[in-house]
Design a protein. Structure first.
Length: 409
């Protein structure tokens, strides 16, 4: 009974082992030479397996130029390359600026820049590529680790290079120089990188065949194991062997998962950096808003003072209008008084004229009465009076004429 149970367990383990080998072999063939893009900002999409026609269609922008997709010293471009500012005497590019592709050899320090970038990836410093390249371009210096890479390197790096990162992964680099179309902005040294799995199919198949042969031999000699006094030791060794076999079958999957985890960690680090930058921008925006509020407060104080001045001016104008109205009322009253005085003077003059007319009428009536009396007395007296009147009239005429004559002289 015990032998049957042990045999069943061993058969199950062997079946699981064969299944693992088949699955691992299929996965290895499926993922062989597959490209694993780096998810951090330091790794750009590769141009591998892309035809020139597709590159040209991808790079079609206005004027068939490559466009900057950001602003600053370390930016991305519409052709998928990541570029670093070469000339700090010119302004950095801004989003939408046009560039044209040129060979990486156009840059005077192209070989050193390529070695720095490749060295960063070989040393696992891909997250610091931008810092080291910028430091070298500005100061001519670089990190000690990169210095070791440069000292050990004695050959020029071409525009297209492939290096081995580890036993399982190979990195392919493409380099170029992006020249400003207008010439007003700095040129950029740009690169892309892609990852591929190293082909280990032959070794894996040989190991798998050897493992299968060993398993068959072990299965053939199983009867001897049951009768051997060292059965438990052999079983333990066989289980260890199966564990090693399973580990070999799943090793590349584990490595892929670990690499993906590292990529995710790098992406999270870049995300944290981006978050810090966003928070810094938000803080700068808040500071700007605070400054704007202070400026608005000062402006409001100025406006408040101006409004107070306007209120004082309006009050003064109101008082001036009141004074003018008072003067106009006074003038109206004075005019009314003058009109009333004139009316009274005219009434007095009219009364005086009527009095004089009445007096003249009385005198005429008196003279008429006297004349009637004299007419009644006699013609002689009338003649005497007439002569006297004529004499008086003549005397008055002479007197008036003399007065007028003397007056004219």
């Amino acid at each position: 009974m015990n032998k049957k149970l042990v045999t069943l367990i061993i058969v199950v383990l062997i079946s699981f082992c064969f299944l693992s080998i088949v699955v691992a072999d299929n996965i290895s063939q499926t993922h062989n030479d597959s490209i694993v893009p780096d998810k951090s900002d330091d790794i750009q999409p590769s141009d591998k397996n892309v035809t020139p026609e597709k590159n040209q269609s991808d790079n079609k922008t206005k004027g068939n130029y490559i466009l900057a997709k950001g602003s600053g010293d370390d930016i991305k471009f519409s052709d998928g390359f990541r570029g670093f500012r070469l000339d700090y005497s010119k302004p950095a590019a801004t989003s939408g600026d046009e560039f044209k592709r040129a060979s990486a050899s156009v840059a005077s320090n192209a070989n050193t820049l390529e070695e720095i970038i490749v060295g960063c990836y070989e040393l696992g410093l891909s997250g610091h590529v931008g810092e080291m390249v910028a430091e070298y371009i500005q100061t001519g210096g670089y990190d000690d680790d990169i210095d070791e890479i440069l000292e050990a390197s004695h050959q020029k790096v071409s525009n297209h290079v492939s290096v081995k990162i580890n036993d399982k992964t190979r990195a392919s680099f493409n380099f170029e120089v992006l020249q400003s179309v207008s010439g007003n902005e700095s040129d950029y040294f740009a690169y892309t990188v892609s990852y591929s799995k190293i082909n280990n199919n032959t070794t894996n198949e040989t190991n798998n065949l050897t493992n299968i042969t060993n398993i068959t031999g072990n299965f053939t000699n199983m009867t001897d194991l049951f009768d051997n006094e060292t059965f438990l030791d052999d079983l333990f060794e066989f289980l260890l062997y199966l564990a090693d076999l399973l580990y070999d079958a799943w090793e590349h999957i584990i490595d892929t998962i670990v690499m993906d985890m590292l990529m995710i960690i790098n992406a999270i680090e870049e995300l944290v950096k981006f978050y810090e930058q966003v928070m810094a921008e938000i803080q700068a925006l808040m500071d700007a808003i605070d400054q704007l509020v202070k400026m608005l407060e000062d402006l409001w104080k100025e406006i408040d003072g101006f409004l107070k001045l306007v209120a004082i001016l309006l009050n003064a104008l109101q008082q001036l209008f009141d004074l003018i109205q008072y003067v106009l009322n006074l003038i109206m009253q004075l005019i009314s008084a003058i009109i009333a005085l004139i009316q009274q003077l005219l009434a007095l003059l009219y009364s005086l004229i009527n009095f004089i007319i009445d007096l003249i009428n009385q005198l005429i009536s008196l003279i008429q009465a006297i004349l009637d009396f004299l007419k009644a007395v006699g013609n002689a007296l009338v003649k005497v009076i007439e002569n006297a009147v004529i004499i008086i009239v003549a005397f008055l005429a002479i007197a008036i004429g003399t007065f007028v004559y003397n007056r004219r002289k």
